[in-house]
Ligand binder design. Structure first.
Ligand SMILES: O=C(O)CCC(=O)C(=O)O
Ligand SMILES: [Fe+2]
Length: 313
């Protein structure tokens, strides 16, 4: 396969949502092609409300500025951080010894009893309200992308969307703290693939994200407030027998003169419901593409990966 992307391909979501059939078909084709060859796209005109996103980043700056002992009140050991706060140096990428240089906060589906209840810090005004609004807005963008992808795969439009409806999705706000004394081999986020179906990633506050092309070359994803990044995770790659690629990415440490600056980033990990079967679709398996993965449910796969990441025992 020829490595054809020097930057992440950019698509206009309105081409899919609008009434021009030609533009819609082109969007579907370009999205599918990018996910087959690179696993990443950037999306503009995504309808995310800018003031809401600014508020979301602002409440997380406030939260991460709180003293360690206050933040730790919101770590739930029993939940292994599935909701609320997880402190510094707790998560490592699969296969890595050293933990990532970050702390983070998780928000899940609200009012869905089968999942753990959300944890809301009382110190910050409107924390739950802003998070719930942002969660829904990001989920809607993810739904549209999955509709387009289902059409690319010649499946009914709601085939993939249905699997993540009331799914175990999480919004993860990450604070990559300023770097002073850190183990020389540790990085902000070591190279990894995302676990979930797709990740919707708003522009981070600083550079650092890099994507590894299938030919091994790393390409930078520059922060762009107008665009969001959406990539394929391992669960969707399994379901499509690796027709859609879950691509390795990482967040590198800044240059020495920028080491003292923090970086904030808020990915939304869109997950299927735990009972969803990730067995490869029959239409993605043939003589040229033999079945690559054993059958597993989304819930079992997530559990395995959280153990590998050091978050669960
Ligand atoms: O911080 C970023 O830009 C990306 C983070 C990421 O890849 C992840 O948390 O899975
Ligand atoms: Fe990631």
């Amino acid at each position: 396969m020829k490595p054809c992307y020097d930057t992440i391909p950019s698509l206009n979501l309105q081409d899919f949502l609008g009434s021009d059939e030609g533009k819609k078909q082109k969007f579907i084709y370009n999205l599918g092609k990018a996910y087959q060859e690179l696993g990443f796209v950037t999306i503009k005109n995504h309808n995310l409300d800018e003031p809401l996103i600014n508020k979301l980043f602002a409440i997380y700056r406030q939260f991460f500025d709180l003293p360690e002992e206050v933040k730790n009140k919101y770590y739930d050991e029993k939940l292994c951080g599935e909701r609320g706060y997880t402190g510094k140096m707790r998560e490592r990428a699969k296969g890595f010894k050293e933990a990532d240089l970050k702390e983070f906060f998780h928000v899940g589906q609200e009012r869905e009893r089968k999942y753990p209840t959300n944890i809301w810090p009382s110190e910050i005004t409107n924390f739950s309200k802003i998070n719930i609004k942002a969660f829904k807005a990001l989920e809607n963008i993810g739904f549209s992308i999955l509709e387009a992808l289902a059409l690319f795969l010649n499946l009914p439009q709601d085939f993939l969307k249905e699997k993540v409806t009331l799914g175990n999705s999480v919004l993860r706000a990450i604070h990559y703290f300023p770097l002073e004394n850190y183990p020389s081999s540790a990085v902000r986020a070591a190279e990894h693939c995302d676990i979930n179906f797709i990740t919707v990633l708003m522009s981070a506050s600083a550079e650092g994200l890099q994507v590894k092309r299938l030919d091994g070359k790393w390409i930078d994803v520059k922060p762009d407030p107008e665009s969001i990044v959406i990539n394929v995770g391992d669960m969707l790659s399994r379901l499509t027998n690796n027709r859609l690629k879950s691509t390795v990415h990482r967040v590198v440490n800044p240059s020495p003169e920028k080491m003292h600056q923090p970086r904030y980033s808020i990915p939304f990990f869109m997950h299927p419901r735990p009972d969803v079967n990730l067995a490869s679709l029959e239409s993605c398996v043939d003589k040229q593409h033999p079945k690559l993965y054993s059958d597993i449910t989304a819930g079992e796969f997530l559990h395995q990966r959280l153990v590998e990441n050091g978050l669960k025992v």
